[in-house]
Design a protein around this ligand. Structure first.
Ligand SMILES: [Zn+2]
Ligand SMILES: [Zn+2]
Length: 263
């Protein structure tokens, strides 16, 4: 690995835990810490990534599949969490917030290491959930996991990103057939729940431009989705919009994906 390679490594993504590592040389940013510290360190170790390269943790929202290991991981590595005020306040009240923190304003870009981070509000049933656009020199990475629907702001922010990490949570038929309680089905499929495969696929033509090279589909439901159905559908849709050249990754809950070299 070249010392200034820019890589995306997804330690895991799904309803039991999410953590995405962006690395530029020796500087790494973790987006969410939804696994225990032990699990995060184990996965980093498998990938031969020294934990000390992680310099900060960006937090999308307070749901446990995004913050489970936040406090202990950040405090062990002695690094700050970057999060908005409402999310910080909630986590603090539950004793889940780490010692070092930086409060950002959702919607206002800020500098972090060699990156510019632009948080944007997303439609999800959390206190103040955000997605992120993370830019470095000529590249920008868009992250939108846990979004109930693709609103204008999300489309606008994600459009034309070099690499996009997008939720594709459930297959509508599998969700309807599942034994989940009706209330939960409604929550998942609601406008502030999670994004369906069809919703994700239908957004491709709006968010992928000639600048787009990598597409990661994540937060895939273990019960109400299927990797091979999603892979087939996504490849078919990319072919329909003449974008078979896009490097598609379907993320896994159990295994890390990547590193994918960005530059
Ligand atoms: Zn969530
Ligand atoms: Zn989640």
């Amino acid at each position: 690995m070249n010392c200034m390679d820019f890589n995306i490594t997804v330690l895991g993504s799904g309803s039991s835990g999410n953590a995405i590592l962006l690395s530029l040389g020796d500087n790494g940013i973790l987006i969410d810490a939804g696994f225990s510290r032990k699990e995060i360190l184990t996965r980093l170790n498998k990938l031969s990534i020294p934990p000390e390269t992680i310099k900060a943790i960006l937090v999308t929202h307070e749901h446990s599949d995004h913050v489970k290991g936040l406090r202990v991981t950040a405090d062990t590595l002695d690094i700050p969490a970057y999060l908005n005020y409402e999310t910080a306040k909630f986590l603090e009240s539950r004793n889940k917030l780490c010692k070092k923190k930086y409060i950002f304003d959702s919607g206002t870009p800020f500098k972090l290491l060699d990156f510019t981070v632009h948080p944007f509000r997303v439609a999800h049933d959390a206190i103040d959930p955000v997605g992120f656009i993370i830019s470095s020199s000529n590249f920008n990475i868009g992250v939108a996991l846990d979004i109930g629907h693709m609103n204008t702001l999300a489309k606008c922010r994600l459009k034309g990103c070099h690499s996009i990490i997008l939720e594709s949570n459930y297959d509508t038929e599998l969700l309807n057939k599942s034994k989940r309680p009706l209330k939960l089905k409604r929550r998942i499929a609601g406008r502030f729940g999670h994004l369906s495969n069809d919703d994700a696929l239908n957004s491709f033509h709006e968010i992928l431009t000639e600048n787009s090279k990598n597409l990661f589909l994540g937060h895939i439901s273990s019960e109400c989705n299927n990797h091979s159905i999603l892979t087939d559908k996504a490849r078919k849709r990319l072919s329909e919009i003449m974008r078979k050249d896009i490097n598609l990754s379907i993320l896994s809950q159990h295994e890390p994906s990547g590193p994918v070299l960005i530059s």
